[in-house]
Design a protein around this ligand. Sequence first.
Ligand code: SF4
Length: 231
Amino acid sequence: MSGKGKGKRGAGRRKPQPQPQPQPQVVSEIVERLKGEYPEARCSLEHVDPYQLLVATILSAQCTDERVNLVTPALFRRYPDAESLAEGRPEEVEELIRSTGFFRNKTKSLLGMAGAVVERHGGRVPETMEELTSLPGVGRKTANVVLGNAFHQSVGVVVDTHVRRLSQRLDLTASDDPEVIEQDLMKVVPQEDWTDVSHLLIYHGRAVCKAQKPRCGDCVLSDLCPSAFAV
Ligand code: SF4
């Protein structure tokens, strides 16, 4: 390349990407309308305590919550707490979770997580982002699920495939990166709604704003959505 034209206005530079700037009142309206549509929205992973939710969330990677809910009753009967799971035989755990996919890696994560919970935290699931994300197999998304739903702490927003798609369609983010999307949502959604907004977007993504054929004609957000009838 000759470098000809270097220094001329705009030459060789990437055009800056326009950043969406959702209005706070629009975002509040979106959240309120979704609350009206899905008053029952909650975490779909069945659990009775933080340990069960942590295990179920690890299993939910690349798997539906329905499938995880089919597998966990037998798993929790066999391993009711971190102590028992830490002692588990890998082959047995693999067999119990096989149908959730990636079962060898998930078994390693479950056994590593349980061992660390026993060794470092006396068998109790820790309650901070830092401690949770230092456990084997636990990333920010999993930690957010546990903190928001088992400990009722709003420290972040869970970004799954539905949350990512709807945030983009609603122009709440311009990013494809879950961590950036989370930060974008945290800027515009009131903190007390951080846990709920994720459930609400997931419910709406499953019921109406589907990946392939969003049902914009049936959508309570169509007058607020920049992508309405255009996907
Ligand atoms: S109007 Fe259409 S694209 Fe926008 S949120 Fe509703 S279903 Fe999704």
